[in-house]
Design a protein around this ligand. Structure first.
Ligand code: CP3
Length: 359
């Protein structure tokens, strides 16, 4: 056993062109000299340097302050030497930007003051324009220049996951009000999702135009749906959000949790990479997606609390499974848990790089 490594001091900006980075090439299924690795929620409470800068600043205020967004986004890149930065923001930021009264409550998640459940409620939800999020474009531009050859991943929440927060009024285990609306008033449901697709798609476009090298659409809670409901009620709206940035040529990653039954339908929504959670082996995920997509994932984030040997074994098994897909971006099967030892994350990055390095 070696001791936990000291945080690396990676010098930014790194050399190179982010459009030609290992992350972007792996996403396109092209040859790479090593398997790229980054972690969902790599910026956040697992890092002491994050807790320090966030100490007196509410989450949404931090997301709208370019100095803080830039610093927090770069923290895990400097510390872990990951192959991509993910833009520090939240899926509810564009909703707040168009005027939805909401807050992110620590330990709970997004809480919406006036949930959207009627036609009149929907009429109060405007479309997103670039003017709503000039600070987001500014943060992205600063990051792209600070990162150099390291790609920045932009992101947005998918219509279903955003609708769940808006309709329920906050986090939900069963999504019962959302499913009741979907079944009880299909026209209102589709109109709500169409508005959310516009908002998500535009939020992605703003980030891509400011220089993001890839995007991820988070449909975190889509796994709560049957394949039939997903296909009839949700897929077309996620497809519309993803199509907004299709012409840009940046790779699109599509991810949700518990989506083993939905991977084919999510792949068909229009993406280059399918995110696979820890419940489905990557090779099987690639097969379910139709055999043409690169995969991203999928180490169980809870496993990082185990001793190093089983962690190492699982990383190697993940790499072996991922090698059978048309391309592999190493990640966790969901976000980094707040109590995770960041030293273990750094060791995972080193292990992935060491074991996959090719001449
Ligand atoms: C469902 C969802 C949300 N937000 C997001 C999703 C999709 C990803 C997923 O499935 O986890 C997306 C998100 N939220 C955040 C990021 C940052 C980038 C990164 O991955 O490093 C990303 C990509 C920051 C954040 N978003 C949030 C935090 C924690 C806030 C804090 O540090 O106080 C961070 C770093 C808050 C948030 N926001 C949301 C939740 C459930 C929570 C957690 C609440 C809690 O446990 O306190 C909604």
């Amino acid at each position: 056993m070696t001791t936990a490594p000291v945080p690396q001091t990676l010098t930014l900006p790194t050399p190179g062109d982010p459009a030609d980075s290992v992350l972007v090439r792996a996403a396109r299924g092209q040859q790479v000299e090593r398997t790229p690795v980054w972690f969902m929620r790599q910026a956040g409470r697992s890092l002491p340097e994050y807790r320090e800068v966030r100490a007196d600043v509410p989450m949404l205020q931090a997301c709208r302050t370019p100095d803080l967004v830039t610093e927090i986004t770069l923290q895990p890149v400097r510390r872990h030497g990951v192959d991509a930065a993910i833009f520090f923001s939240d899926i509810v930021v564009p909703l707040q930007a168009v005027g939805v009264d909401l807050d992110i409550v620590a330990g709970v998640g997004p809480v919406v003051a006036e949930p959207i459940r009627t036609r009149a409620d929907l009429d109060r939800l405007p479309e997103l324009t670039p003017e709503h999020v000039t600070d987001i474009a500014e943060s992205v531009r600063r990051l792209v220049s600070a990162l150099g050859g390291t790609p920045l991943i932009g992101f947005a929440g998918a219509p279903f996951t955003l609708a769940s927060y808006l309709v329920e009024g906050g986090p939900s285990r069963n999504h019962e009000k959302t499913k009741a609306l979907m079944a009880g008033d299909p026209q209102l449901w589709h109109d709500l999702c169409a508005r959310l697709a516009q908002i998500s798609g535009e939020f992605l476009r703003v980030q891509v135009e400011a220089g993001a090298s890839a995007v991820q659409l988070f449909d975190s809670w889509a796994g709560a749906l049957s394949l039939d409901d997903y296909t009839r009620q949700v897929q077309q709206h996620s497809a519309k959000a993803l199509a907004t940035v299709a012409d840009s040529g940046v790779p699109r990653i599509h991810f949700g949790v518990g989506t083993g039954e939905l991977l084919g339908a999510m792949a068909d929504a229009g993406c280059e990479v399918i995110g696979v959670d820890f419940r489905v082996p990557l090779a099987e995920g690639a097969r379910r997606a139709g055999g043409r997509h690169a995969v991203q994932g999928n180490l169980d984030p809870a496993l990082l609390f185990a001793p190093w040997e089983p962690v190492e074994r699982a990383v190697l098994e993940t790499l072996e499974s991922g090698a059978q897909a048309p391309g592999h971006i190493f990640n966790l099967g969901h976000g980094v848990l707040p109590q995770t030892d960041p030293g273990v994350l750094t060791r995972v990055v080193e292990l992935v790089h060491e074991r996959t390095q090719r001449a």
